[in-house]
Design a protein around this ligand. Structure first.
Ligand code: NQM
Length: 377
């Protein structure tokens, strides 16, 4: 179904913002089956491994170097399947081993735009299976009827999310069974807190946790930071980043993730007491540069840690109450509210988490790659 345009192959593509991230979305069925060819195509689309991604559509930052691959589900329990692909601008690797809750916000809009899902009323809900981690999310978008009666995804609405200018239509995401997405279990070491030995830094108390995103949570203070720095200040602080990276490698091993040198996780989360009326303050490194806000599943995981007694996050967090507490995760450009659903029998078990995002279709058309990349034979 792909077409040629001179010396290049044209691949149908929607370019979308999902939450505070952005990238090209594809119908997964229209990409090469061979994983090696597919990855070469995706790298060519983005312009990696050039760190500026000048010969592609990537935005030269991890948050704008993300890709969504969507297809109708192959079983009756789900409506859609999606695979998230992270390309680090300067690297040659297409990492599909973890998830992205921001890009996930654009999956259902993409599916409606491309006819994979037919809107059923003013609001359309779909169950989306994330193939990266096996996680299921229930997503609801606004699908009003146009003048001719045909329904469309509306991107206009009153919802503001910190990190994105203006307001947009709400996209509700309810995450189910997020625990152990990559690390196998919520607390992969079996403990709420571990003390690890880090070359150059000494003993560091961390909470190693995965409720949708593997995180190593550390008190900002312990690494000589305040936890209230701007992302630019953190990115400019080579010493701090070296300490964080040394800690990350040790935490990766401790979490059973092996050598994480080339991986995008664990995300390093520096925590401090809340400053703006929230539950806790965060600075998230993804994993080597600082996030402008915080990843969605990283926020769900940090929120989960903040309600578990004994964790490094709980130690600095303000108290929250109720069986389904709202945890307000402060980040460099504002805050993100996560509603946690606790198991009434076992309050340490978080069975559901929910939050609001927005998304927008930015461009529709074809993305072009050299034909020799698409068809290397
Ligand atoms: O943790 C960035 C993002 C993310 C991931 C990152 C995310 C999540 O903000 O669910 O959303 O941590 O690399 O897009």
């Amino acid at each position: 179904e792909v077409t040629s345009r001179g010396s290049q192959t044209a691949i149908p593509c929607l370019f979308m913002r999902g939450g505070t991230s952005r990238g090209p979305f594809f119908d997964a069925r229209r990409l090469p089956d061979d994983p090696g060819v597919r990855d070469a195509v995706l790298l060519a689309v983005m312009g990696s491994p050039d760190p500026r991604q000048i010969d592609g559509v990537g935005g030269a930052h991890p948050l704008t170097s993300k890709i969504g691959l969507v297809r109708p589900a192959t079983d009756a329990a789900h409506d859609l399947e999606w695979t998230f692909a992270q390309v680090q601008p300067g690297a040659e690797d297409v990492d599909t081993s973890s998830n992205c809750g921001n890009m996930l916000a654009a999956v259902l809009p993409f599916a409606v735009e491309t006819g994979m899902v037919t809107p059923s009323g003013d609001r359309t809900t779909a169950r989306v299976l994330t193939r990266n981690t096996g996680m299921v999310a229930e997503i609801t978008v606004a699908t009003p009827a146009g003048p001719s009666g045909e329904r469309y995804v509306s991107y206009e609405g009153p919802v503001r999310i910190d990190g994105v200018p203006g307001s947009a239509a709400p996209i509700e995401i309810a995450f189910l069974d997020t625990a152990g997405s990559v690390a196998g279990s919520l607390l992969p070491t079996g403990r709420v807190r571990d003390t690890v030995e880090v070359p150059g830094t000494g003993s560091v108390d961390v909470t190693l946790i995965d409720n949708g995103q593997p995180l190593a949570i550390v008190a900002a203070e312990r690494l000589g930071a305040t936890g209230y720095e701007t992302p630019a200040q953190i990115d400019a602080d080579e010493d701090l980043r070296a300490r964080v990276e040394a800690l990350r490698l040790v935490c990766g091993e401790a979490m059973g993730l092996g050598d994480v040198t080339e991986r995008n996780y664990p995300k390093m989360t520096l925590v401090a007491p809340p400053r703006d009326g929230g539950t806790l303050s965060t600075r998230s490194l993804i994993p080597r540069v600082c996030h402008q806000s915080i990843g969605v599943l990283a926020a769900v995981t940090a929120a989960t840690a903040s309600v578990l007694e004994g964790t490094v996050a709980h130690h600095v967090a303000a108290a929250v109450s109720g069986t389904d507490p709202t945890v307000c995760v402060e980040h460099p450009s504002g805050a993100l509210d996560v509603i946690l659903g606790r198991d009434p029998e076992d309050p340490r078990r978080i069975t559901r988490s929910a939050l609001l995002r927005t998304a927008r279709l930015l461009m529709a058309g074809d993305v072009l790659v050299p034909r020799s990349v698409w068809d290397p034979a």
